[in-house]
Design a binder for this molecule. Structure first.
Ligand code: UDP
Length: 341
């Protein structure tokens, strides 16, 4: 059975493609290569030991999507990752984000209806909860106004999907990721950085590698146990596996509502200082850090209530924070070795 994966050469997309193949599905990977490299296709093939179907498709050109669905009539479900995702960039160039992230989703939904493909898994984010009043945060927590255009595209994306599911023959599972980190244990795929990292863990690994002098920790006066922000970090392979559970729930008609939402996290809050310590425990490397002012738009603490995903999706995390830190560091070293050669 073919499953369409949009943005399948990106960070979470590529790990999900590997897990789809492991679970016996045939992924049809599309990507416009704006944020990823075609070389990721070779890397995925190296892990799974066979070729994958790849089509370079610009989702905002509807005719390209129609042609792709025509070519692959066996597609039974969709996992939709393709999106721009750099928060700062979205603040400076909101239209780029609204256009790309929303138009692609709208066209996808239109073409899915045209080809009678009713099932879609959407990659959403815990950013929709903002600064939650209650922790851990459950799926019933109120949605907050987004602080960035990027966050708003996730919120609006969910709304577009919810309303379409309500009106049309479309079934949606929206997965709200907390903080995916780490890399495939083979160190063949992971998160590529284009310039200075935007996220904590690549910043830690690049500092350990000597590419960055020190980690700047954004704020030490938050109302948390050690004054640094708290997040729920989850291994990217665990995130990838949840997509298989979600797509199976959809295509096997197990859904109770045609728009369902699940949190994907470990369910544990970890501070930035605890992350620095976890990296040391996993790798033996102490990185240099200093405290800097708070970063605009950061929330103080957010971590998931994962009860619903655990019971309803029949999924739970298998990897620990130590696994994630070790895999992130192995990936960084693999990149370093490749760049040397
Ligand atoms: N952070 C930090 N220094 C960095 C990058 C991130 O102190 O160079 C902190 C950030 O303030 C947040 C946490 O690490 O509290 C996770 O940030 P990230 O950007 O990885 O994810 P976010 O939860 O903001 O999407």
């Amino acid at each position: 059975m073919k499953i369409l994966v949009t943005g399948g050469l990106g960070y979470i997309g590529s790990h999900t493609v590997v897990e789809l193949v492991n679970a016996g599905y045939t992924p049809v990977v599309i990507d416009n290569l704006s944020e990823s490299d075609i070389e990721v296709k070779d890397r995925i093939e190296k892990i799974i030991g066979k070729e994958i179907i790849f089509e370079k498709v610009e989702m905002c050109h509807k005719e390209e999507m129609v042609a792709m669905f025509k070519k692959h009539p066996e597609i039974k479900g969709v996992i939709h990752f393709a999106a721009y995702l750099i928060v700062n960039e979205s603040v400076n160039d909101p239209l780029k984000y609204y256009y790309n992230n929303l138009v692609s989703t709208i066209y996808l939904l239109e073409v899915m209806q045209e080809f009678n493909v009713p099932s879609i898994v959407f990659s959403s984010s815990c950013t929709v909860y903002g600064n939650p009043e209650e922790l851990p945060v459950s799926e019933n927590a109120p949605i907050q106004p987004a602080v960035s255009p990027y966050g708003n595209t996730k919120k609006m994306g969910e709304e577009i999907l919810r309303d379409t599911a309500h009106a049309k023959d479309i079934n949606v599972i929206s997965l709200r990721y907390f903080n995916p980190i780490g890399a495939h244990e083979s160190s063949i795929i992971g998160e590529f950085q284009d310039g200075p990292p935007h996220h904590l863990v690549p910043y830690i690994t690049e500092t350990a590698r000597g590419l960055r002098q020190e980690l700047k920790i954004f704020g030490n006066d938050w109302n948390t146990s050690d004054g640094t922000c708290v997040r729920d970090y989850i291994h990217v392979v665990d995130v990838a596996k949840a997509h298989i559970s979600a797509v199976e729930r959809l295509i096997n008609n197990k859904i109770e509502h045609n728009f369902e939402v699940f949190n994907l996290g470990m369910g544990v809050g970890v501070s930035v200082l605890e992350m620095v310590n976890a990296f040391r425990e996993a790798t033996g490397i102490s990185i240099k850090y200093s405290f800097a002012p708070r970063r605009e738009g950061d929330v103080e603490a957010v971590y998931a209530d994962t009860t619903k995903a655990n019971s309803t999706l029949n999924w739970k995390t298998e990897k620990t924070l130590t696994d994630a830190m070790r895999d992130a560091w192995n990936w960084e070293q693999a990149l370093m070795n490749e760049q040397k050669n």
